[in-house]
Design a protein around this ligand. Sequence first.
Ligand code: 3HC
Length: 296
Amino acid sequence: PAPPTTIAGADARAVRAVGVVGTGTMAAGIVEVLARSGYDVIVRARAEEKVAAVRKRVESSLEKSVAKGRMSSDDRDATLSRLRGTTDLADLAEADLIIEAVVEDLDVKRELFTQLDKVAKPGAVLATTTSSLPVVECAAVTSRPADVIGMHWFNPAPAMKLIEVVPTVLTAPDVVATVLAVARAARKHPVTCADRAGFIVNALLFPYLNDAVRMLEAHYATVEDIDTAMKVGCGHPMGPFELADVVGLDVTLAIQRTLYLEFREPGYAPAPLIEHLVRAGYLGRKTARGFHNHSV
Ligand code: 3HC
């Protein structure tokens, strides 16, 4: 059946062009998914080299699909032709939906939403991919809080099917309908949830990851044995330390702190070892070193 595009009697707004702000792992994955799904994508980076880096990542991912026989070279070329880069935020004026995927820092996001409010066309939906900061904080700095919503993707974005759609108390119903429709058009499974730290997944996942680190700190078991236990015993695709390395220990720490600040559960306080590893520059896969050594 055709996916519903109406919510609480509100029709989804038309979306053809999507702006993505950011050039990190999540931004590059989101750009790829949307371009593959037929949207015109404008990616905004702070420097030309970063635009080129995103394009390169998308190209190499599409190349893998072609090599596996899952994509024709014509489709690859068409997908790449839908992708444009810019260093000027004003170029996002033509976007019907703008997705912010920059660093998980509230001040940076607030400043960006202040700017987006100035450049976005009337009726554009403004989405944040924050994984644990309050979406309403981004909405509140704009003159159009009803158009602001959370759209939380999972890592790696091209592979993970879930998108958490997070309306604030101010979000208009047709904005929720729009983001649900885009998620479905991108062949993802959207769920909706309230604007509370961690939404659904991270509120359940990060206390578990933190507990695994506490187990390690207590010399209860090794990294390898804890990872193996959760994979083989529970059927998880990755153990907690493998997963923390994929997410990034800096991001893990930021989410853990936000959960602790919102819920004040003593067990949510970040395990000291996470803080130490981040201080040491061991951020997980992106630095080739986290709980695991990825350089070998
Ligand atoms: N980019 C694109 N596609 C990828 C990918 C990547 N980086 N990594 C894997 N894939 C695809 C592969 O192409 C493959 O697709 P196919 O089945 O169509 O060929 C599929 O994923 C499976 O990959 P592999 O067989 O190579 O490897 P695995 O079976 O080990 O799967 C995995 C890789 C999908 C990453 C799997 O290990 C997994 O599900 N891990 C858990 C990831 C997870 O839990 N993510 C959520 C983290 S929490 C989060 O993101 C929230 C944030 O706020 C912190």
